[in-house]
Write a new protein. Structure first.
Length: 360
């Protein structure tokens, strides 16, 4: 029996339940016992059941489109453009069009009449449009969790952002940094909140003072340069700067060049490389002592700016196109009754080490 021929009735017979119970179990609606729902879904998966999308649209008077809500600053960030292209590509594989919603949002009722489901990416707790989108009466998938009050369940695709910043801090420390600093994003998104909290908790756990400076969520290179200049002037012992916002790394490099800091190693006044243990033996633990000429630079978001910088900048590759696909795939699965409306899936990242933090 192939997925083209399997029907709700086939699943019902195999699971020993009624057709309506199968429908409720797969849609996550009605009063179906957890054990029954799990059995029905297992049987449906085993038989290769896939709902008929055309028939489903007729039953639900659906539009054949899904909405995509991005942060207001997304239009000038490479990360979100790649994410959007990945989401569009995946939605089209299920025959769904993607509608880009205005950043200001719209009333939930009006949105629900235009789309079958919604993708809400990096929702800010302070974004007045988000509550209406989450309560629009259609399935919702958020890219990262929404930290504000939500009226109903929503699915999510999440990254371990605490782990990615921890990896960067561990990396620059392994390369000899004693006083790392983080240009952390402002705002109330899960990503921004996790990075600010992790910078502080990592410092406490390692007995190292991490200088944290808050910059706009979508800080420009000029804003990153200004903040880095002020940071290094106020705390010259800082020997590693990790910048969070997408595309801001060149600004950090410009600030380093202007202040005579050589990017790619940490060193003493003569430019000789000094490791973490050597620095402590010289009486300069955890950020005290004479600043060196070197500076390590890294970014929380990879993209053309870190890759094409001189020197190329170590960064976390969040795989935005794949992330967009993952968000759209989860929404497609919910609309096709292949996943529950409160499913949470995880997305993997990788650390790309480059010359800005020293030779491999």
């Amino acid at each position: 029996m192939t997925s083209r021929t399997v029907t709700l009735l086939d699943v019902a017979r195999a699971a020993g339940v009624s057709k309506s119970t199968v429908s409720d179990a797969l849609q996550g609606s009605g009063r179906v016992a957890t054990e029954t729902r799990d059995r029905v879904r297992a049987v449906a998966a085993e038989l290769g059941y896939r709902p008929n999308s055309a028939a489903r649209r007729l039953r639900r008077a659906s539009t054949g489109a899904v909405g995509l809500h991005l942060p207001a600053t997304a239009t000038r960030l490479d990360y979100y453009m790649n994410l959007a292209f990945g989401a569009v590509e995946r939605a089209q594989e299920d025959g769904l069009d993607m509608v880009l919603l205005a950043p200001s949002g719209a009333a939930g009722g009006r949105i629900a009449s235009r789309v079958d489901g919604l993708l809400v990416i990096d929702p800010e707790a302070g974004d007045s449009a988000v509550p209406g989108l989450l309560d629009a009466g259609v399935p919702v998938v958020t890219g990262e969790r929404y930290l504000g009050p939500a009226a109903g369940p929503s699915a999510a695709v999440v990254c371990d952002n605490a782990a990615s910043l921890t990896a960067l801090l561990d990396h620059v420390t392994d390369r000899g940094a004693r006083r790392p600093a983080v240009l952390a994003p402002s705002g109330s998104s899960a990503w921004a909140t996790a990075l600010r909290a992790t910078a502080r908790s990592w410092g406490l756990a390692h007995g190292v003072e991490v200088a944290v400076r808050t910059v706009p969520f979508a800080a420009t290179p000029a804003e990153a340069e200004e903040t880095t200049r002020a940071l290094l002037a106020a705390a010259p012992a800082v020997d590693a700067v990790i910048c969070a916002p997408d595309g801001s790394a060149p600004g950090v490099l410009r600030a380093a060049a202007a202040l005579g800091r050589e990017v790619g190693h940490v060193g003493d006044g003569a430019g000789q490389e000094v490791g973490l243990d050597a620095g402590r033996q010289a009486g300069r633990p955890g950020g005290s002592g004479t600043p060196g000429t070197g500076l390590l630079v890294a970014s929380c978001v990879d993209g053309p700016a870190p890759r094409n910088a001189e020197p190329p900048v170590t960064a976390v590759d969040l795989r935005p196109a794949a992330y967009g696909r993952a968000c759209a795939e989860l929404l497609c699965d919910i609309l096709a009754d292949r996943a529950a409306p409160d499913t949470v899936r995880r997305h993997a990242w990788s650390l790309e080490t480059r010359a800005s933090t020293g030779p491999a």
